[in-house]
Structure formats: C-alpha cells, structure tokens
Design a protein around this ligand. Structure first.
Ligand code: GLN
Length: 549
C-alpha cells in the first residue's frame, strides 16, 4: 500500500476478558489476507516494567519474543494468527513508560520543565505507539489497549489516542469492543452498557468508529440501528461478535460481518484485493474434522488457570490439526501427583507433557509423572523445568543418585545435575535478567531430535536461569540419556532424549512460542503423532470409532 501507516486502536468496554486480543488478531489476519502488512502491539496499564516478574495467576503465561522480551500472552495470539514475529516494541507497560520518562528527566532531557502526565507521559506513549509505524514496513499498526474504559490506569493511553486522532485525522481509527448482556428473565440482549461505555469514551474525547459487540445470542432485528443512533456510528460499523467454538473461527466470523471492509473504507481505502484465507481454512477444516483422537496429560502447578499454559495448549491444537487428530488435554495438578496415585491419574494418557515453571512447589509430582512415562514407554515431552525434572528423575532412578536435584530447589545437593548458569551467578536483579529469547541449537546426527526437525541447526526461544550440568554428560550418556541438541557457543545442553524409549524428549527451550497456525511446531506435531500411535496400540472403543469414521 502506498501512503502513510494507518493506526487502528482497539479499546474495551463494559467488562474485561471480552477478547480484545483475539479481535485485534482477527482483524489483522483479515487485512494480512488482503495482502497488507500488519503488526499488532499491546499497551498494558500496569506498573511492572514487563510481565516477566508476574506470577501466572495474575495475567496468565508470560510470552517470550525472538529478541528476548518477556511480554503479555496476547502477543502469542498475534504471532499464532499472523505468523510474523513480534518484538520488544510490541508490548509496552505503564511501568516502562514511566521508567523511560524518569530516566530522561535524570539525564536532563527536560531541563527547566515540570515533568507531567500531559505532555511528557502521553508523548512517551505516542512515541511508543508510532515506533513500529516509523519502520516504514507496516501498512497498519493495530494497538490494543489493555484494561477497560473507565479504569483510572487507562486514562493516559486514551488521552494519547485522542491526541493522535487529532494529529493524524483519517489515518487513525478506533474500534471499541463491548458486551451485550443477555437477560434470561426477559430473553433479551441489552444495549445500555454499550451506550454507557461509549459515553465514557466520549467524555475522554474519543469517538469510536467501529463497535464490536460480544454476544451469546444473535443480535435482534433493529439492534444495530439502535446502537448506531445512540453511539454516533454507522449501522454497518456495528459488528456482531458471537461466542465462537474456537478462537480460530473468529477471523471468519469477522469477515462475514465485514469488519475489515468497514475498517478499510473508514480509513479511506476503497480499492483492495480479496482476502486469501486458503491456508487458514485448510487448517480449520483439519482442526474440525479429526479422524483420530488422543489424550495428553499436561502436568503443571498452575492447571487451575489454563491461561498459564496458553501457548502449550495452542501448540497442541495446531499439532492435532496437522495430524487430523482431536487432542484431549487432561490437566493434572503436579502438587497432587504421588507415587501412589500416578498410575490412576496418568494411566489413560497417551502422552505426558511436563510444563515449565519456577520454584519448588509441585516438583516431586512432576518427577513422578516423568518416572511413570519413562518406565511405561509413554511418549513424554518436558519443557524447560519439565526437561530439568526429566534429568533429575533419570539421575535419581537410573544413575542411582538419590539426592540428584537442581540447585534451584536444593542449593546444597551433592548431585547438582541442574545448576545455575555461570553468567547468572552475578545477577542480582530479577526483572529481564534470565537467559531470554532465541538461541541456536545444533542437533546431533541420528537422534530423534534430528529426525523431528530434519535440520542440523535450529533456533528456539528461552527463559531460564538453570541448565544441565555438563559434568554429568558422560555418565548420563552411558546410562541411556543423551544430549541431542547443544548450543554451539556456550555448549549448553538444549535437548535430552532417551533412545531406548519410544518417544522421550526434554527441551530446555520453549518450542510452544514458535508454533503458529501456518507453521505448527514439529516437536508438538511429532509428540502428538507418537501419542496417537500409543492410542492405537492401547485402543479404546472411542478411538476405534473415530478411526473408522
Ligand atoms: N526454573 C527453571 C530455570 O530458571 C526453569 C524455567 C522455566 O521452566 N521456564 O532454569
């Protein structure tokens, strides 16, 4: 597209958790399918500099970008939908904005001036919003504003949007996502909360151009016109967004409602190519018409909150679609797993995935799950802490080192099979100081890892402080656990596997961050495939039925 970058803002009203991230990603997908270049960024109104120091119970998973930024989980949706990497610049928090402004103040950049929310904080926000646009590679920059209109924390962001609209005129557009609650007593959808939410935005000087209305039921006749009249928007710009079976349906539902066309026209773009969603539709077809099914146990300590393992869940879904297989995820709390109940809790699993994590809680349950997978030939995938636990389990139960441990859990263990990385020992600050982002990994010829990736070298994203202790490499190899992936520079072990087992892989990195709809991750694809062969060999009537269908 020739001309200047267009800025689209996505705000939320009425309640949180309406799915701004999915709507933003769906709009981006539709624009991308028409041949435009798009990126999405998230503005988060909290004071943490990034979500890296947050407990997953607060905001779910922390997503890591190629360049090592610890970011909001919505960036995962952006990458999974668009298959375009995001970066540090795609997630900004109030903490980062203030940190920058205060640093500049100390450096004397504002000498003589009183530093204030307006203009200094809002200028810094505007600078961040436009940083991606200035690269000159994007036709559209979509900016999702975290929180709900009316929150005190969001005010500087909305003020920045007001200013940008004033400055950029036709190159800016605001999409407001609201909720139409359904009253069971009268059997009606209600528009009043949407009207109030738009009023709140108007009181801040921001007129939305498009309203996306989340609803459980179809909108009644005349409702779009009514909302349009009360909220000063075109009736065609009132978009119905029904609850979907899967988030991957949302782009198509938005296409049916012509969200992308409305946006393009409002931004003054009147000629544009048709959308090519062939690949997306092909994925959805395989996702929705499985010919097999399998059961994967996901063992972690945050399983009450599925968002803590968002990317893993989605990567399993992508892998399921590739294999035309319905993946049933069986969430297992690692703190509840013991040697006594492990066969009852994991006995029906066709594959066992042990999740990443930090700290001691739930560790022994993870180790039990791994022992069960190893001893019973059940396909096993361990991610980050899951891989470290596999190393500990192997040390204890195969090498005969009963106290083998990670120094994260037991600083004084006589067998520190997992130990802190050398460069981490000097680190005192917690935020942004782990081994973060993409690092190369060389695959050893003839190993399962090499067969899965079909490459000599790969690059994967990391987020950890501890590593396999190379002093134990040789005894482990002799006992049957080999290092099949090594970082060529630091010689850090990135992948371990047990060749005598049907499928046993532990990875120090996070493959889940790189799985997208367009490119499901090979490790997950093969893991699901291995679980499927296990389901076939331990056939249940259900699986038989599905296979015949
Ligand atoms: N706690 C472990 C470490 O820091 C593993 C981290 C993770 O699972 N992301 O090395």
């Amino acid at each position: 597209m020739t001309g200047s970058t267009k800025y689209i803002f996505v705000t939320g009203g009425v309640t949180s958790s309406l799915g701004k991230g999915i709507i933003s990603a769906s709009l981006a997908k539709l624009l991308q399918a028409r041949g435009f270049t798009v990126t999405i960024q998230k503005l988060d109104p909290y004071i943490n500099v990034d979500p890296g120091t947050l407990n997953p119970y607060e905001h779910g998973e922390c997503y890591v970008t190629e360049d090592g930024a610890e970011t909001d989980l919505d960036l995962g949706h952006y990458e999974r939908f668009l298959d375009v990497p995001t970066s540090q610049a795609n997630n900004v928090t109030t903490g980062r904005i203030y940190q920058n402004v205060i640093r500049k103040e100390r450096e004397g950049e504002y000498l003589g001036k009183t530093v204030q929310v307006i203009p200094h904080i809002t200028d810094e926000i505007k600078r961040h919003i436009q940083a991606l646009g200035r690269k000159g590679i994007y036709d559209f920059v979509i900016t999702e504003v975290g929180g709900t209109v009316g929150d005190i924390e969001s005010l500087p962001y909305l003020e920045s949007i007001r200013q940008l609209r004033w400055e950029k005129g036709k190159d800016c557009l605001v999409v407001h996502l609201t909720l139409l609650p359904f009253l069971h007593t009268t059997g009606e959808l209600k528009t009043k909360p949407t009207q109030h939410s738009v009023k709140e935005l108007l009181s801040l000087g921001v007129q939305p151009d498009v309203l996306v209305c989340r609803t459980e039921h179809p909108m009644q006749k005349g409702m779009k016109e009514k909302i349009a009249l009360f909220c000063n928007v075109d009736a065609t710009a009132v978009i119905e967004s029904r609850d979907a079976d899967t988030i991957y349906d949302v782009p198509l539902m938005m296409q049916e409602e012509r969200l992308d066309e409305v946006v393009l026209r409002r931004l003054g773009i009147t000629t544009f190519p048709d959308a090519d969603l062939t690949q997306w539709n092909d994925f959805l077809h395989r996702y929705k018409n499985p010919i097999a099914e399998t059961r994967i146990a996901l063992v972690g300590k945050y399983v009450e909150l599925k968002d803590a393992y968002k990317s893993i869940k989605e990567a399993l879904e992508h892998a399921g679609a590739t294999n035309e297989c319905k993946v049933h995820i069986h969430w297992v709390h690692s703190e509840k797993l013991t040697a006594k109940n492990v066969s009852r809790l994991l006995g029906t699993a066709n594959g066992i995935l042990v999740a990443p994590g930090f700290g001691h809680r739930g560790i022994e349950g993870k180790i039990e799950a791994i022992r069960f997978a190893r001893e019973n030939g059940i396909p096993f995938l361990g991610i980050c802490l899951g891989m470290q636990c596999a190393v500990i389990e192997f040390g204890r139960n195969v090498l005969g080192l009963p106290k083998a441990n990670s120094t994260e859990m037991a600083a004084d263990t006589p067998d520190p099979v997992i130990a802190m990385m050398e460069e981490q020992k000097q680190v005192t600050e917690k935020g942004g100081t782990m081994r973060l982002g993409a690092y190369p990994c060389q695959l050893q010829e003839g190993t399962l890892a090499a067969r899965i990736y079909r490459r000599k070298q790969v690059s994967e994203r990391h987020r950890h402080r501890y590593e396999f202790n190379n002093a134990y490499l040789e005894p482990y190899r002799k006992a049957g656990m080999v290092a099949s992936g090594i970082n060529p520079q630091g010689k850090l072990v990135e992948i371990v596997e047990v060749p005598a087992h049907p499928w046993f892989v532990g990875v120090q990195f996070h493959p889940e961050y790189r799985s997208t709809v367009a490119k499901p991750h090979p490790l997950f694809v093969h893991f699901v495939k291995a679980a499927m062969s296990r389901s076939r060999s331990t056939t249940t009537p259900n699986v038989e039925k599905a296979a015949k269908a």
